[in-house]
Ligand binder design. Structure first.
Ligand code: PMP
Length: 388
């Protein structure tokens, strides 16, 4: 993870983060000593269920919610599916959905299934900086809109969306508001109240917690409408049946506690390191462009287009630095990122774009070394290009 242990420099924190040491320590007893099923009516069960409820408090507190509003899921993909498919199943009167063109696949794919079923889905465009205009939302949201779903921050370019403004518009028309808030947690302070969201999805592994655990926040208005997607026992108020993953939930809780303590200082450091990285790259390389830089964005995300150099080649040629093209979930796909195309980048430029995302355990030294390696490799690749 860092140079200290001779590993590559990790600049892909938007894809996933390492578990904090405190998270792993807190989880360990729940694999063996305190292994009970949280639904069991004896000491092992009550120990496990007390740990789950403590974690629910910790998660709720980190996002400004009440513990009763948290449903644990296997991650944000499931939380997004539960929100969108569950609300549509549960709402017999309103059928329309409004979203944006730059959502994560875990929002776009359930919406595509709903479209197949005859549900009307409208995708708001973004401007060339990657931000939705609330005026567009105002024109589209109407009395038939069941849900408006807008991400908090984009995973590829880091732009922050005007969720609060759009939520106010949606609420005036009586629609519920869902926010995929995955990329906000751990990077900037999050309050579901300030977002005015009725539902919001979170994932532990983006915020120094374990993989395979996340949650859906939902308030009482959303709870009245939503239906579960899977059926079984009464765990998680029947909205997400199945034996709960106690160690992962405990880890998520501790990760959220740490986020609460550290998010202010983490955000400041990330912005400083990101600015340093971007200043080295733009000073030493001509023709590169930074996507999303002109607007409010996450502190640790840099999205950079390098004319003539494909993301795949750059990733393989820069030795000892790990970063990604587009989002990790679409990496490997041949088509260029839908987010970059929505910014009206050409297909070629979208293919020549990489994401560098910083996190809590990066150091200034690492950023400087990574920037120099990128500069050196890009200069070499572009020189080769002008010779051939
Ligand atoms: N939404 C966004 C914006 C994401 O970045 C991700 C993870 N790439 C997800 C949803 C899915 O989260 P999970 O990995 O917990 O399913």
């Amino acid at each position: 993870m860092s140079l200290m242990n001779n590993r590559s420099i990790y600049l892909d924190y938007n894809a996933t983060t390492p578990c904090a040491k405190e998270v792993v320590e807190a989880m360990l007893p729940f694999f063996s000593d305190s292994f009970g099923n949280a639904a069991s009516p004896h000491e092992f069960g009550t120990d496990a269920s007390a740990a789950v409820e403590k974690a629910r408090d910790q998660v709720a507190s980190a996002i400004g919610a009440d513990a009763s509003e948290i449903i644990f899921t296997s991650g944000a993909t499931e939380a997004n599916n539960l929100a969108l498919l569950g609300l549509t199943r549960g709402n017999s009167k309103r059928k329309g959905i409004v979203s944006t063109s730059i959502e994560h696949k875990s929002v776009l794919e359930p919406l595509a299934r709903l479209l197949d079923l005859g549900i009307e889905v409208y995708y708001l465009p973004v401007n060339r900086h990657g931000v939705v205009n609330p005026t567009d939302a105002e024109k589209i949201i109407n009395e038939d809109t069941a849900v408006v779903t807008v991400q908090g921050a984009n995973n590829e370019i880091g732009t922050l969306q005007p969720v609060t403004e759009i939520a106010r518009i949606a609420h005036k028309k009586g629609a519920l508001v869902h926010c995929d808030a995955v990329q906000l947690l751990g990077k900037v302070p999050v309050s579901v109240g300030d977002l005015h969201a009725d539902l919001a999805s979170f994932s532990a592994h983006k915020a120094y917690g374990p993989k395979g655990i996340g949650c859906l926040f939902l308030n009482r208005h959303a709870r009245r409408t939503i239906s579960p997607l899977i059926h079984g026992g009464s765990q998680e108020s029947g909205l997400r049946p199945g034996t709960v993953n106690v160690p992962a939930i405990v880890g998520f809780g501790v990760a959220c506690d740490l986020v609460k303590q550290k998010v202010g200082s983490d955000a400041k450091r990330l912005a400083e390191m990101r600015d340093l990285l971007e200043s080295i790259l733009t000073e030493k390389l001509s023709g590169v462009s930074l996507n999303g830089k002109e607007v409010s964005r996450l502190p640790g995300t840099t999205n950079i287009s390098v004319p003539g150099v494909s993301a795949g080649v750059l990733i393989s040629q820069v030795r000892g630095v790990c970063f990604s093209d587009g989002s990790a979930c679409t990496s490997g796909a041949v088509s260029p990122s839908h987010v970059l195309l929505a910014l009206e980048l050409s297909r070629e430029m979208a293919r020549n774009t990489v994401r560098l995302s910083l996190g809590r355990y990066n150091t200034i030294d690492e950023v400087e070394i990574a920037a120099e390696k990128l500069v050196e490799t890009i200069q070499k690749l572009t020189k080769k290009l002008s010779i051939t």
